[in-house]
Each structure stands twice: as structure tokens, then as C-alpha cells.
Write a protein that binds this ligand. Structure first.
Ligand SMILES: Nc1ncnc2c1ncn2[C@@H]1O[C@H](COP(=O)(O)OP(=O)(O)OP(=O)(O)O)[C@@H](O)[C@H]1O
Length: 311
């Protein structure tokens, strides 16, 4: 796979009064799954449409293998994408849908059967797509994206509508595409799935990338210096640890999060002061923690109570 992936730099776009993209910049590198996360309205879908040349921008560039999409001679050999799994002809079978696409790209029926096999749709390939579940439509959309054997794959919310087996399959499948050296960009709302799937994360907020880093680094940074303590003597424990200079927060009925002291020192202090406890463990942040922290300022739509909404 000799390709350079996607480079997005300084995209700005308005829809009327809405600034949909406000300097969006990031890179999607070969050999990695890059997760694209962000609250509703953050600009993820708009960015993906711009990458595919479906939307114009006022400023900035989006390059696939070093060129704007419209300058690629055979674009589908450079990038395969799935933006809307529902966009299918319901009366066509999956195989006919793919044959029709393959024909328009000068590809063979053999290639169609290969991609059907790859996404696990062989048993359903001769059924009409109109009767497919959303999860099956996602697989069909991915098969279409793979037809031209592109080194870059871009999928908008591919976990949507997948059942647990489908989600496990999708995770492994995305990992295998990256292991083949492809650049993979995947948007998702499911933080837990991204934690097991993505190597790299771009978090969008209000039209720009507010984080662009390796998943492992984001989790290490968010986990730093925090220890989870489980005790039935919460008040006593908090007094002892605060006195020793720690910052303590009750995070559950029996759990306290402690920062500013290493776990060994906490154990020693609790022992010395005869505070009972059943667990002291270094806190490992989840991607959900990282995400909530990063996007706190960037959420466009917050939940409102019915009373607020009717005002
Ligand atoms: N065709 C359009 N016309 C007007 N406004 C639009 C259009 N497309 C997007 N927007 C606005 O641009 C902003 C970015 O939208 P976009 O769909 O890119 O966000 P997103 O991160 O993909 O959100 P979601 O997670 O809800 O899909 C939003 O404020 C949205 O309302």
C-alpha cells in the first residue's frame, strides 16, 4: 500500500449563519485506524463530504494521496468511503448493487464476490437490499468502499445498527484493514468501540480538531496521578488523605478518587490511621473520560428539560 492517506488543513465553511468548519486540520496516516469523534454538529460529516469533494469550502485544503479528490484520475482506487448506509436501491440484490458499481469502475464480477466474502455477506448476497437490517447495509456499504482496493478507507458511523456480533466483527475488520497498511478514518459516537479499535484519535468540536493524538497518549494523560480507593469509611479516609495533601473526591457510594499521592503512600496512610479499605488501584481513564473532558466546552446541543425547551 503506497499511499499517504488524508491531509486536511485549515478547512473553513459556513452554512448561512452557522460556521460548520472553523480551521479543521488533521492527518489520517497509513497503517492506523484513526477515530473521528465529536458531539453532534461538530463538523465530522461536513469534513468527510469535503474530503470527497461533495462540499466546497471557503478556505483550506483536503488532500487524498496528495491531491484534492477531483484531481484524482481514478478516485475509487485511492479512497473508498461509506457516508450513508441507507442510500441503496431497495429492489436490487446486494450482488447486483455491487456489480452495477463494479461495472462503472471497470471491475470484474470476481472482485464483487471477493468483497462480498470479505464483509461476510455471501449468504445474503442474492437477497434484495430493501430487506436488509441496518447492520447488513453497513456491510454492503463497506463492500462497495473496498471494490477498488483503495489504500484509504473512510467510514461515517459504521457501528450504527450493528448487533454485538457485528460490532466485534467490525472492530476486527477495521484493525485488519489498517494491518494491511491502509489509512482508515472512522467516525463514531461509541467511545468504548473506539478504545478497542482506534490507534489515533481526532476529536472535533465546533468545527475544529480539539485533540489529535495517539489513543494511548490521551489515556495516559487523563489517568495521570489518580488512584481509586474503595472504603466503607469514606469520611475518615478523606480526612486522612486531605491532611496529607491529596485532593479527594467521592465518586461513588464506596469509592473515592484521590490525586496528588501515589498508591503506595495512600496504602501506608490508611494502614497507619486504621482506615479499612478493600481496594486501592491506579485509575485508568477510559476513552469516555478523555472525550467528556475534551468536549465539555464544545457541545453544541445540550440536553434541556421540557420546561427549558418550551420557554
Ligand atoms: N446542508 C446543511 N445546511 C445547513 N447547515 C448544515 C448543513 N450540513 C451541516 N450543517 C451544520 O453544520 C454544522 C456541522 O454539521 P455536521 O453534520 O458536519 O456535524 P457532525 O459532527 O457530523 O454531527 P453529527 O454527529 O450530528 O452527524 C452543524 O451546525 C450543522 O447543523
Amino acid at each position: 500500500m503506497s499511499a499517504t492517506g488524508i491531509v486536511v488543513a485549515g478547512l473553513r465553511k459556513r452554512y448561512g449563519a452557522t460556521l460548520a468548519l472553523d480551521g479543521m486540520s488533521f492527518t489520517v496516516r497509513p497503517g492506523l485506524v484513526t477515530g473521528f469523534l465529536g458531539p453532534n454538529g461538530a463538523g465530522k460529516s461536513t469534513t468527510m463530504r469535503v474530503i470527497l469533494g461533495l462540499d466546497a469550502v471557503e478556505e483550506g485544503t483536503a488532500l487524498v494521496d496528495g491531491r484534492p479528490y477531483h484531481r484524482l484520475r481514478h478516485p475509487l482506487n485511492h479512497i473508498g468511503s461509506l457516508l450513508d448506509a441507507a442510500a441503496l436501491h431497495p429492489g436490487r440484490t446486494a450482488r447486483h448493487h455491487l456489480l452495477w458499481l463494479a461495472h462503472s469502475q471497470g471491475l470484474t464480477a470476481r472482485r464483487v464476490d471477493q468483497v462480498i466474502e470479505q464483509v461476510g455477506l455471501t449468504p445474503a448476497a442474492r437477497r434484495k437490499a430493501g430487506g436488509y437490517s441496518l447492520g447488513m447495509r453497513q456491510r454492503l456499504g463497506i463492500a462497495a468502499a473496498l471494490l477498488g482496493d483503495p489504500p484509504t478507507i473512510m467510514l461515517d458511523e459504521p457501528f450504527n445498527g450493528m448487533d454485538p456480533d457485528g460490532i466485534i466483527w467490525m472492530r476486527g475488520f477495521l484493525r485488519s484493514l489498517a494491518a494491511q497498511g491502509r489509512a482508515v478514518l472512522v467516525s463514531s459516537h461509541l467511545m468504548s468501540e473506539m478504545q478497542d479499535t482506534a490507534d489515533h484519535l481526532v476529536v472535533a468540536g465546533r468545527g475544529k480538531a480539539i485533540a489529535d493524538a495517539a489513543v494511548a497518549d490521551l489515556i495516559t494523560a487523563a489517568s495521570r496521578n489518580r488512584v481509586t480507593l474503595r472504603t466503607t469509611a469514606g469520611t475518615h479516609a478523606m480526612r486522612v488523605l486531605a491532611h496529607a495533601g491529596a485532593t479527594v473526591t467521592a465518586t461513588g457510594r464506596d469509592t473515592i478518587t484521590v490525586s496528588g499521592l501515589p498508591a503506595e503512600r495512600i496504602v501506608a496512610l490508611l494502614g497507619k490511621n486504621a482506615v479499612p479499605f478493600s481496594e486501592v488501584s491506579a485509575h485508568r481513564a477510559t476513552l469516555e473520560d478523555v472525550y467528556l473532558e475534551l468536549t465539555r466546552e464544545a457541545v453544541e446541543f445540550r440536553a434541556t428539560t421540557p420546561a427549558e425547551a418550551s420557554r
